[in-house]
Design a protein around this ligand. Structure first.
Ligand SMILES: [Zn+2]
Length: 396
C-alpha cells in the first residue's frame, strides 16, 4: 500500500511501520508547536525548551495514533481478521486489514474501537491536565495531548467512508438492508460530499488568511475523496469476481503456435486471422514459450518469411502460468502485479486457456450491467455456484 515504509517494532504481534511521508508531517508538527503553540502558552520558557516540548508532543501524537490503530487491530483480530500491521503516514495512521469484515456487527465494533480509544485517551489526559497546576509545563503538554486525541476521535467519526465514522455508517446501513454493496455506495457517497465540504472549507480558510491550516484541510478532503471512491470501486471489482475461477472466465482453446512456424504464417494465420496479439508456443504438447506482436514487430518485416517462431519467442515466465482452479480475484492480483498482461492457463501440463485483464473486466462490466452484483452480496452467495471446487491450487 505504501512506497517506502520502515518497520519500527512489533506491538502485541502487530508490526508498526512508518511511511516516509510521516517524517514530513512530524517535522511540520514540531515546527508549528515550537514556533507557535508553545511560545504562546509557555512564554517564560527558552526556545530550546519549546523545541524539546515540541518533540515530546510529536512523540505523544505518534503514540496516540498507534494506540488508535491498535484498538482497531485488536478488535479485528478478535473477529478473526488478518491484520497486515499498522502504518503511520502523511494523514495519520492506518491498520491494514487483510480481509473485509464479515458482518455488519464486526464492521461496527472494529470501526468504533479507534475513536473510542482516542476519546478515552482524551478524557484521561484531560483529567490529568485538570489535576495539575495550571501554568506548569506538564499541564500544557498533557492538555495538548488531550486536545489532539479529542480531535482524532471527532475527525475520524465524520461519516465519510472509509474513515471510521463512514464505516460505522456503512455497518448501520448494511445491518438495516443486508446489502453490503448498496451500503458502501451510500457511505462512500456521503464521503464524497464531505470531502468536497472539507476542501471548500479549506479553500475558504486559505483565502481568508487561514494559511497552512486551510491548505491542510484541502489536502485531507482530497485524500478522503480518493479513498472514498477507491474503496467503492475496489469492492465492485472484488464483488464482480466473487465465486469465480479462472476456468469460468478464460478464453478456452486458445490459438497456439509451434516453434517451427514461420513468422509470416503466424501473423497471417493466427494473429490477424483471429485478432489476437499473444500466442503460447507448444511443442509435443508442452508449453515451450510465448510470442506476442511486440516480439514479431521487433523483427524486420523482410525477415518474416525466413525466421521461425523459435528464434523470436520468449521463454514462459512461471509467474504467467496459472491453474484453471485459481480464483478470479487471485488471477486479477497476478495480472496487476505480475510481469505479463496475459496469463497462460495450464491444467495437468496441458495448455487449456489464456486469461487477460480484458476477460476479467468484461465479466465485471456485464455483472454490473445486470445489476446482479448486489443480489449476490445480499444472499451471501455468487449468482451461479462456482463451477468446481479447487482440487490442487496453484502456488502463488
Ligand atoms: Zn480509526
Amino acid at each position: 500500500m505504501f512506497g517506502q515504509s520502515i518497520k519500527l517494532f512489533d506491538l502485541l504481534g502487530f508490526p508498526i511501520r512508518i511511511d516516509a511521508s510521516w517524517f514530513l508531517i512530524a517535522g511540520l508538527i514540531v515546527w508549528s508547536l515550537t514556533t507557535g503553540y508553545f511560545p504562546q502558552t509557555l512564554p517564560g520558557l527558552a526556545p530550546m525548551g519549546h523545541l524539546a516540548l515540541g518533540v515530546v508532543a510529536m512523540l505523544g501524537l505518534f503514540a496516540s495514533l498507534i494506540l488508535h490503530e491498535l484498538a482497531h487491530s485488536l478488535v479485528a483480530r478478535r473477529y478473526g481478521l488478518g491484520i497486515g500491521g499498522i502504518t503511520l503516514f502523511l494523514f495519520g495512521g492506518v491498520a491494514e486489514l487483510n480481509d473485509e469484515p464479515k458482518s455488519a456487527a464486526s464492521e461496527f465494533w472494529i470501526a468504533i474501537a479507534g475513536p473510542a480509544m482516542s476519546g478515552a485517551l482524551a478524557l484521561l489526559a484531560g483529567l490529568i491536565a485538570a489535576a495539575l497546576p495550571d501554568t506548569g509545563v506538564l499541564a500544557v503538554l498533557v492538555g495538548y495531548l488531550a486536545a489532539v486525541n479529542l480531535m482524532l476521535a471527532l475527525f475520524n467519526l465524520l461519516p465519510a467512508f472509509p474513515l471510521d465514522g463512514g464505516r460505522v455508517l456503512r455497518a448501520w446501513l448494511w445491518h438495516r438492508s443486508g446489502d453490503l454493496l448498496a451500503a458502501t455506495a451510500k457511505a462512500s457517497g456521503t464521503g464524497v460530499v464531505l470531502a468536497f465540504g472539507l476542501m471548500g472549507l479549506g479553500l475558504l480558510s486559505a483565502i481568508s488568511g487561514g494559511g497552512i491550516g486551510g491548505v491542510w484541510l484541502v489536502m485531507i478532503g482530497f485524500f478522503v475523496l480518493t479513498a472514498s471512491r477507491g474503496a467503492y470501486q475496489q469492492l465492485l471489482v472484488k464483488d464482480g469476481l466473487r465465486g469465480r475461477h479462472v476456468a469460468d472466465l478464460m478464453t478456452t482453446n486458445p490459438h497456439m503456435a509451434h516453434p517451427g512456424m514461420r513468422l509470416d504464417a503466424l501473423v497471417e494465420q493466427v494473429m490477424l486471422a483471429h485478432a489476437i496479439s499473444f500466442v503460447p508456443v507448444i511443442a509435443e504438447g508442452q508449453l515451450v514459450g510465448q510470442i506476442d506482436t511486440r516480439m514479431v514487430q521487433a523483427t524486420p518485416r523482410v525477415e518474416w518469411g525466413q525466421r521461425d517462431v523459435a528464434s523470436v519467442m520468449a521463454p514462459v515466465d512461471p509467474d504467467c502460468v496459472i491453474s484453471p482452479q485459481m480464483t478470479a480475484q487471485d488471477a486479477l492480483a497476478r495480472l496487476i502485479a505480475g510481469p505479463g498482461r496475459k496469463l497462460i492457463v495450464v491444467d495437468r501440463g496441458v495448455v487449456c486457456g489464456v486469461l487477460s485483464l480484458r476477460d476479467l473486466l468484461g465479466h465485471i462490466a456485464v455483472m454490473q450491467a445486470l445489476g446482479g452484483v448486489s443480489h449476490s452480496v445480499r444472499t451471501g452467495k455468487a449468482i451461479a455456484p462456482p463451477v468446481r471446487k479447487p482440487m490442487l491450487r496453484q502456488q502463488p
